[in-house]
Write a protein that binds this ligand. Structure first.
Ligand SMILES: Cc1cc2nc3c(=O)[nH]c(=O)nc-3n(C[C@H](O)[C@H](O)[C@H](O)COP(=O)(O)OP(=O)(O)OC[C@H]3O[C@@H](n4cnc5c(N)ncnc54)[C@H](O)[C@@H]3O)c2cc1C
Length: 401
């Protein structure tokens, strides 16, 4: 048995950033890792467009965190507990059940949908897609509505009206995927009543604000081909169970609204006595440490990092790159070596726009059509397979099969 002291490392959040950190840190047998998440599963948000449009079921977009953690060599333990606060001075994370000591801490709690309080009805009558619960409710209601319309065929043919507010990556992918899905659904089954209206409400001048012109133009064309009604420079200002009022005074009938119009730091961040930027995200230095406590790191969507003075967009790809560096820097802290500075930037953007079609920019190369879609699917599958390997290994340990 080694006499070397073990390093107690707590990772809060089993998202893209948290799991990558665990994978890297678990390679050192002297690291004892405790992973915490308020849910028992990892939710692959990048695949949510397929979940909503019934291309995938919930098991395909989740990974069980108990079996995932069991899949390592006995140095990772998962606790399904929500962290409510952190006592940085005494190095303890606090849950509703107990306090846990750490030597090193990684905060990777992500962000959540920001339901703007000045928009009456937003929280009550719209669905966010950052949480699996809400995405599942939406998926089921959507399927039920399609069934009702089919059932009504021959008597009446009222359309299903879906509003998607927010035309960033997630809003655009969802709008395209739903439009594609419903077109296929009606065509495949030759249903007579085939009216599904999708309106994409966007506060910016163009969809996908801040992205390259190529990605914007190709995505816009595809959405229009799929008959998505894009309303640029409009905001949702009020909604109730049946309708949505826009900033130009127009009132749109709706069966559902998906709100993909903004995010904010996850709840626990508000409780933490740490320096935060104007938007409330945790401040970090170039090594991804929290400046006040150098044994604490914040990574993924709960922090904002900059490259060449510009904020790096929060994506799963960026979250994983932060995780890699964070794990290396924890190793270096342990070994008392100088830490590595980050030079993280987005490696690419892949936007799925209905089955068989995507637009992309990967390592500076643009593409659209089936090739881009195939690359997106390969990236998703490789990711799911990597986590699935640990989870299968954990399952074998528990059940022997
Ligand atoms: C619809 C949609 C599509 C997207 N598509 C893409 C894409 O194509 N490509 C891409 O790169 N990115 C995409 N993104 C962005 C990407 O999903 C995020 O950037 C990524 O999830 C960030 O990873 P994270 O680990 O920081 O946070 P998350 O993945 O959100 O994980 C945070 C984890 O922390 C847990 N947690 C939160 N609070 C607590 C607490 N108090 N106690 C314990 N646990 C807690 C949560 O349960 C969660 O498991 C998409 C996002 C959405 C919503």
């Amino acid at each position: 048995m080694s006499n070397q002291k073990s390093n107690k490392i707590i990772v809060i959040g089993g998202g893209y950033a948290g799991l990558r950190t665990v994978e890297r840190l678990a390679k050192n047998p002297n690291n004892e890792i405790l992973l915490f998440d308020k849910h028992p599963y990892h939710f692959m948000q990048t695949d949510v467009y397929d979940l909503i449009a019934n291309e995938e079921d919930f098991a395909q977009v989740t990974v069980d965190l108990f079996t995932f953690s069991m899949g390592f060599d006995d140095n990772v333990v998962f606790h399904k507990q929500k962290i409510t606060n952190i006592d940085f001075k005494n190095k303890k994370v606090i849950t509703s059940i107990q306090r846990h000591h750490y030597d090193y801490l990684v905060i990777a709690v992500g962000s959540r949908t920001k339901y703007i309080s000045t928009v009456p009805g937003l929280r009550e009558y719209s669905y966010g897609v950052k949480s699996l619960n809400r995405a599942m409710y939406f998926k089921q209601k959507f399927e039920m509505s399609l069934f009702k319309k089919v059932d009504e065929s021959g008597t009446c043919c009222t359309p299903i009206n879906i509003i998607i507010a927010g035309a960033g990556l997630s809003g655009v992918e969802i709008a395209a995927q739903m439009a594609y899905f419903s077109r296929e659904f009606y065509n495949r089954n030759n249903f007579i009543c085939r009216k599904l209206n999708i309106v994409l409400v966007n506060s910016g001048k163009t969809i996908l604000k801040g992205m390259d012109k190529y990605l914007i133009d190709k995505s816009q064309k595809r959405l229009l081909d799929l008959e998505v009604d894009i309303r640029n420079e409009k905001k949702v200002i009020e909604l109730n169970a049946q309708s949505v009022k826009l900033s130009d005074g127009k009132v749109l009938q709706m069966d559902f609204m998906i709100f993909a119009g903004g995010v904010e730091p996850n709840g626990v961040i508000y409780n933490l006595d740490l320096a935060k930027n104007k938007a409330g995200y945790i401040e970090t230095n170039e090594y991804l440490q929290v400046p006040q406590y150098l044994d604490v790191f914040a990574i993924g969507d709960c922090t904002t990092i900059f490259n060449n003075g510009l904020p790096v967009p929060p994506t799963a790809d960026v979250a994983e790159q932060m995780a890699e560096l964070c794990a290396k820097n924890i190793d270096r802290l342990i070994l008392e070596k100088p830490l590595l500075k980050h030079n993280i930037k987005s490696r690419g953007t892949l936007i799925a726009l209905g089955r068989g079609y995507a637009v992309s920019k990967v390592f500076g190369i643009y593409s659209n059509g089936y090739l881009a879609y195939a690359v997106k699917k390969i990236v998703e599958k490789v990711y799911a397979k990597r986590l699935g390997y640990r989870s299968n290994r954990g399952c074998k340990k528990i059940f022997g099969t």
